[in-house]
Ligand binder design. Structure first.
Ligand code: SF4
Ligand code: SF4
Length: 104
């Protein structure tokens, strides 16, 4: 039975209504994830970490890099638009893979 979708649900609860089929290949990656990358060297606000509703991006201060958990992506496209240094490569998952929306 489908869970009921309500307008006052939290983002986390709405994400819980989705299903994913994990692609063996990452459809999101960083052009540069070295210590010299803009993530570590220039990007103070790191909007990818804060804007992604699926928490795909995690900043690891000890390693001075952004980790990309592409499996959680809901394919909204916000990260690529908001990265101030064009450091995100965002394609579609392989056919039949990725997120599956139950309500649309
Ligand atoms: S927004 Fe772009 S430059 Fe900034 S941390 Fe994220 S990927 Fe790196
Ligand atoms: S496309 Fe959307 S869900 Fe996927 S990583 Fe970017 S911001 Fe997150």
């Amino acid at each position: 039975m489908k869970p009921e979708l309500k307008v006052d649900m939290t983002v986390e609860a709405k994400l819980g209504t989705l299903e994913w089929k994990k692609s063996p290949e990452a459809h999101i990656s960083l052009r540069d994830d070295s210590p010299a990358a803009p993530c570590a060297a220039k990007c103070q606000d790191k909007p990818c970490v804060t804007v992604c509703p699926a928490k795909v991006y995690e900043w690891e201060p000890d390693h001075k890099k952004v980790v990309v958990n592409y499996e959680n992506c809901i394919e909204c496209g916000a990260c690529r638009m908001l990265c101030p240094y064009d450091n995100i490569v965002c394609d579609w998952p392989l056919g039949g893979m990725g997120v599956k929306y139950k309500y649309g």
